[in-house]
Design a protein around this ligand. Sequence first.
Ligand SMILES: [Zn+2]
Length: 148
Amino acid sequence: MCESGRPDDDKYGIRVRATKNTDAVLQRANIQQGYTLVIWRGRHVAEPTELTDEEAAEYWLDVLTVSRALIQHYRPLKLNYETLGNSLPHLHTHLVPRYLKDPTPGRPFPLLPVDGSEPLVPDDQLQSDAEALRSLMNWHPEVDQATR
Ligand SMILES: [Zn+2]
């Protein structure tokens, strides 16, 4: 994740918000509608406990901002916040909306590492969701040159 840069759009997803040290990326893999990662883009850390208080405030407040937009846009029954990092030890948080139709109601969502072989959300759907999320969070890549 440290080496991936800060693209607005790549094979994994579409960036829907950025702050100085965080990116939120709506995922292309069709795993769950609205599945989004918040990725720490500051110096390399694996655990949130390695952040300073100031960095942690930026990170977790951004997780909340992105979460609120996901809730407003997708209207899930519940949102799950998963900071795992077992297969990829760089700080990131999976935001997983849970709906009435769900593979494992009442239990953790069965997330697997994304390897590029997953079916994809149709691109027009993903683009339109990304645009709606960017608007809700008032973040627009064309006016944010500082986070590339
Ligand atoms: Zn890293």
